[in-house]
Write a protein that binds this ligand. Structure first.
Ligand SMILES: [Mg+2]
Length: 225
């Protein structure tokens, strides 16, 4: 009888979106370029002044408040009579949405063998445009703000996502670029987690730290053996 160690086939690979699959810049271009431009147009003030005004309003609400994440809230608050979806659609031209090459490659190579999902705190309105070109690779795209009413990816968000996909934490991997919300929190639940270092610095030799997402497949195979 084979008394060797049990192997554990992993089933699910979850990706963070902003800073992991897609460059954050597309989000900044909405908050710090397009909204101030619209506000300057409406009020007749200079663009730089409009940007300062809006930034102080953003700071006043703060990222612990779910309204902070919602374009429709800000359109109403600033009296912008436009449809947020149309505005986002107009600025989400391909050159504004830069998908990381390693993310494109690794999702393509893992999709046949694992169920792939996205677990993000970006509102769905942004995720839909950002991931438009590759959405078919994912079994599900989950936004903690839009789907669960939570501003941060806390333990409950991961629990709910796993229950929706019906896979246990032990058979699941999550990768992202935030040390606390992508690496530590899901790891505490028993998920296998990886941290992607995008800043080109020295990659710490810690367990689960990646300098390139293309290394993910090899690391998953090591875990399974
Ligand atoms: Mg991120």
């Amino acid at each position: 009888m084979n008394a060797g160690p049990l192997t554990m086939k992993l089933k699910l690979v979850s990706f963070d979106a902003d800073g992991t699959i897609v460059d954050n810049d597309y989000v900044n271009s909405f908050w710090f370029r397009e909204l101030p431009r619209l506000y300057a147009e409406k009020t007749g003030i200079e663009f730089t002044e409009a940007r300062e005004v809006l930034t102080s309003h953003y700071d006043e609400i703060g990222d612990e408040d779910i309204r902070w994440y919602k374009p429709e809230y800000w359109f109403e608050r600033f009296g912008l009579e436009k449809n947020p979806e149309e505005v986002i659609e107009r600025i989400q031209v391909p050159e504004n949405v830069r998908l990381y090459e390693d993310a494109l490659e690794v999702t393509e190579s893992l999709r046949g063998e694992y169920r792939l999902i996205v677990t993000s705190n970006a509102p769905r309105i942004f995720l839909d445009y950002a991931l438009n070109q590759i959405e078919k690779r994912f079994y599900g795209i989950y936004s903690c703000v839009s789907d669960f009413g939570e501003v941060k990816k806390g333990p409950n968000v991961y629990r709910k996502v796993l229950s929706r996909v019906g896979i246990s934490p032990e058979r699941s991997v999550h990768v992202g670029d935030h040390w606390k919300f992508d690496y530590q929190i899901p790891r505490k639940l028993g998920m296998r987690t990886f941290y992607i270092e995008r800043n080109g610095g020295v990659v710490p030799k810690e367990d689960g730290v990646l300098g390139d997402l293309r290394d993910l497949e090899g690391r998953i195979k090591e875990m399974e053996n």
